[in-house]
Ligand binder design. Structure first.
Ligand code: PHE
Ligand code: ZN
Length: 884
């Protein structure tokens, strides 16, 4: 069928023109209202006539009444900003179709029919980057969660699984490579310089996993032989010129495939696995069946342009998307409330994978840091929701740190309680029981319960209750018996004023001061509001190490002498607990300093204790540098703010910077010696060399805080000597915060050196927007009108404005200029890309936890956004909830 020549006619149905404007309050979708679909679509055939400015789609659905449905005659096909060019049922053109808002309704009398719908799209005009869009001269799709309905009319919900056949045709010069899910079954030449390809995916899938890519691409190719002996072709597709930066992604894919076989017994199920990198993408990457689409930033790397952190992120995201093939694709979600079923589990899987590829303790510390910075504030703010939400207005707003990262922590607790082996029996049972289904979180919990032999009755509260549990602990010792008293409370969150106690698994150990050892770790589960636990043979004055390995995503409240924390920071054999002791020592001091206020003597005493522990870490020859790097990080300002009911961001910043400078001066000699030692380590990707680079920049940070002139000197030297992006970016980051001539020299050099490399130019923007320079707001404003800034590219927008929103100096400017800047951004970006715009609202939504003057300015900014007519559903929901 030749659909390329047919003109895209406007819709004939008058109801489209009459459609009412979107109402102010978008409807609320509720989990409890779930109903099975009335119609199923066992098969779909799609035919695309591709063009960047005009693409036509002919979709043929074989629909069948669902025996488990409500028996409705009406077939509802979801649409979004599309209109039907033509509708056929069983081969006949029909005119009695109707529109209900964006959806197409067709009355069907029989049990099974063939429905054919034609749509016309303008990919180059699609700035939302959902559905079919043009990026950098190529065409690609993004369908999760509800993007497929922007391509064609369809029951666009994850519990409708179909077998897809795709045909696409287009100009060979523009689209030399034509890709879709599954296997390529046929291809050939057409007329007038066109060619075509047919793809078939044998695995039934929901529409959100559909993908198509067409453009000029070049692959880095390898093969992988699965444990069952299947040879799989692997390709990482990029724009010509980028192929030299794909090896790490390809290596990571191979490592993921092998690891999932060994660790979870999961084998790949197609002969082909394609990854495509695109430069305009709302998220990190997407797990479309057999055709993962990635943000370029999670694919492209070489030592010259990517940092060690970039390499790690690529490995993690490649793993994540690959692991979705089982936890997401083979077993998908029944509805979007179950999102954590695939995301929480897959994040846990990618965390375990990265830990196995690198350092397990360092990875654990990083994961907890992310949770505390991104998820804890969410859980205590106006947008708090359980990992399995009860309602939403726009599902895109629920791709959150709670669903992803807390979701992973919840499953990790099950693993901790079951032990690795029994947990594996649970996941085996889950994969076996639900393969090919659209499942629920409850299905997952039940499978782990049955397979691992756990009673998770009360544990299910972790799926329904939002809020980070607070656990207060106290230890009393009598005659060698220690009694640990624990009390938990789960804070009220929106819609959930009252909470029940949850089971909280805590790994604990009691240290003997004299020997520096403990008599064994135990796992206790606090499942009541209050309980106590007894330990024999504890000596007379043991030191408690609690929530080791961060066994539960809670916050522990316990007043402890600095000396105990210094002891644990030096002696705990659980590396996470060591890190935690160091963090607690600093948190305790800074919170006291900005809260009640400390007199000079008290401040000095607090700093001395921290300085002693820091000094030991800087110089300890036993520590590997990767771990040293973790231990030297000061707690984030957002995490410090979390510790206070209402915080003064200015005071937190000043106190934390004061401590940093004090440490830089106090330990100046040691830090310079450390910086010298690690600067002599040559580049390699080995752990020791990566550790050296990590502490190199950290040492520089403290040196610059204590002695800005020395920082500028060493920073510029590090910049000029840099043989890799890790060192160069680290040096530039430090220089960007200093008011010195080296700053301008290095910034200008960096821009010129990496001209044309979008991912590196992103770094140039974000380093400046994240700087602590006194004129940072002016810098950000100037950058917004820099010729390299583009509002249409999410990576560029985030590199400037996410860095700004997370920069305490810029964002919390006392005059409210930072708030206004983010508010303006949201209002300007919303009509272009609502999904990305909505992600900025949360920063303003923190107003209730900020001191009154700034709070009023933040609130006013939210009100200015709310007053704007025609806000997207995405931004409307977040703003309304943040004001509410
Ligand atoms: N499902 C993707 C992931 O977590 C994330 C994503 C969501 C990407 C929505 C695009 C759009 O791997
Ligand atoms: Zn995912």
């Amino acid at each position: 069928m030749d659909i390329a020549s047919r003109p895209a006619e406007p819709a004939q149905n008058p109801q489209i023109a009459d459609a009412a404007p979107a109402p102010q309050a978008p409807p609320v979708i509720r989990r409890e209202d779930y109903l099975p679909p009335a119609w199923l679509v066992p098969e779909i055939a799609l035919d695309f006539a591709l063009g960047l400015d005009a693409t036509t789609v002919v979709s043929r659905l074989s629909v069948r009444r669902n025996p488990a449905g409500n028996g409705a005659q009406t077939l509802r096909l979801n649409g979004d900003q599309i209109s039907p060019v033509a509708v056929h049922v069983d081969g006949e053109a029909i005119n009695d179709w109707r529109m209900d808002g964006p959806d197409l309704l067709i009355e069907l009398s029989g049990e099974a029919h063939e429905v054919r719908v034609e749509t016309a799209l303008v990919p180059s005009g699609n700035s939302q980057l959902m559905g079919l869009y043009a990026s950098n001269g190529m065409l690609c799709t993004q369908c999760e969660a509800e993007g497929f309905r922007r391509i064609t009319f369809f029951p666009d919900r994850p519990d409708v699984l179909s077998t897809y056949s795709v045909r696409m045709a287009g100009a060979k010069a523009t689209f030399p490579i034509l890709l879709a899910n599954g296997n390529c079954t046929a291809q050939g030449e057409g007329e007038n310089g066109t060619h075509w390809a047919e793809w078939h995916d044998p695995w039934p899938k929901p529409s959100y996993l559909f993908a198509l890519v067409a453009g000029e691409l070049i692959a880095n190719h390898a093969t992988f032989t699965t444990m069952g002996g299947r040879t799989v072709d692997l390709n990482v597709w990029v724009r010509p010129g980028d192929e030299g930066r794909t090896q790490h992604a390809l290596d990571s894919l191979i490592a993921s495939m092998k690891w999932d076989e060994e660790t979870f017994g999961r084998e790949y199920d197609l002969d082909l696995f394609n990854i495509v990198a695109v430069s305009d993408f709302n998220m990190g990457a997407m797990e479309n069946k057999g055709l993962n689409v990635f943000n370029t930033r999670y694919v492209l790397a070489d030592p010259e342009t990517a940092t060690d952190a970039d390499y790690d992120a690529i490995e993690g995201v490649i793993g994540h998307e690959y692991f979705h093939n089982w936890s997401g694709n083979r077993i998908t979600c029944r509805d979007w409330f179950q999102l954590s079923l695939k995301e929480g589990f897959t994040v846990l899987r990618d965390q375990l994978f990265s830990a196995a590829m690198g350092s397990e303790p360092v990875k654990r510390i990083e994961d907890v840091r992310v949770l505390r910075i991104a998820q804890f504030p969410e859980d205590s703010g106006p947008l708090a929701h359980p990992i399995r939400p009860d309602s939403y207005q726009e599902i895109s707003n629920f791709y959150t740190a709670t669903v992803y990262n807390k979701g992973a922590e919840v499953i990790r607790m099950m693993r901790t309680m079951a032990g690795e082996e029994r947990f594996r029996q649970g996941t085996d049972l889950y994969f076996e029981r639900h393969d090919g289904e659209a499942a629920t979180c409850e299905d997952f919990v039940k499978a782990i319960e049955d397979g691992a032999g756990l009673d998770l009755t009360q544990f299910r509260l972790w799926y329904s209750q939002a809020g980070t549990p607070q656990v207060s602990a106290s230890l009393k010792v009598e005659n060698g018996t220690a009694v640990l008293s624990l009390r938990q409370s789960v804070p009220a969150t929106p819609g959930q004023p009252e909470k029940q106690p949850m089971p909280i698994p805590l790994r604990v150990a009691l240290f003997d001061r004299a020997s520096g050892t403990h008599g064994g770790e135990s796992l206790i589960v606090l499942d009541k509001a209050e309980d106590s636990f007894t330990f024999d043979g504890a000596g007379h004055d043991p030191i408690l190490s609690i929530n080791r390995g961060f066994s539960a995503p809670v916050s522990i409240e316990m007043a402890r002498p600095d000396a105990d924390l210094v002891f644990l920071a030096a002696h705990d054999d659980d590396p996470f607990a060591r890190y935690e002791a160091m963090q607690s020592l600093v948190v305790q001091h800074l919170v006291a300093a900005v809260g009640s206020g400390l007199n000079e003597a008290q401040r000095e005493a607090g700093r001395e204790a921290i300085g002693e522990a820091f000094g030991a870490i800087v110089t300890d020859p036993e520590l590997d540098d990767l771990m040293r790097g973790e231990l030297l990080l000061l707690p984030a300002e957002s995490y410090l703010a979390e510790q206070l009911l209402v915080s003064d961001p200015g005071a937190i910043h000043a106190e934390r910077e004061g401590l940093k400078a004090w440490l830089g001066r106090k330990l100046g000699g040691e830090l310079r010696a450390l910086h010298d030692r690690v600067s002599a380590v040559p580049y390699s990707r080995e752990a020791a060399a990566r550790g050296a680079r990590k502490v190199k920049t950290q040492a520089l940070v403290y040196i610059a805080a204590g002695d800005p002139a020395e920082g500028a000197r060493r920073g510029y030297a590090q910049y000029q000597a840099a043989s890799c992006m890790t060192d160069r970016q680290g040096a530039l980051m430090v220089l960007a915060s200093l008011d010195c001539p080296e700053r301008e020299l290095a910034l200008a050099d960096f821009l010129a050196r990496y001209e044309g490399n979008a991912l590196v130019i992103d770094k140039w923007f974000s380093l400046q927007a994240g700087s602590l320079h006194p004129r940072v707001l002016d810098h950000i404003k100037a950058l917004a009108s820099h010729p390299e800034f583009r509002m249409s590219n999410p990576n560029r927008v985030r590199s400037l404005y996410m860095a700004a929103a997370m920069n305490p100096v810029a964002f919390h400017d006392p005059d409210g200029e930072g708030y206004r800047m983010i508010g303006d951004l949201i209002r300007r970006l919303d009509p272009i890309n609502p999904q990305t715009a909505a992600r900025f609202v949360a920063s303003l939504g923190r107003w209730r936890r900020v001191e009154p003057q700034r709070a009023a300015l933040m609130r006013a900014e939210l009100e200015r956004i709310a007053a704007q007519a025609d806000l997207s559903r995405d931004v409307r929901e977040q703003v309304t909830k943040s004001l509410g």
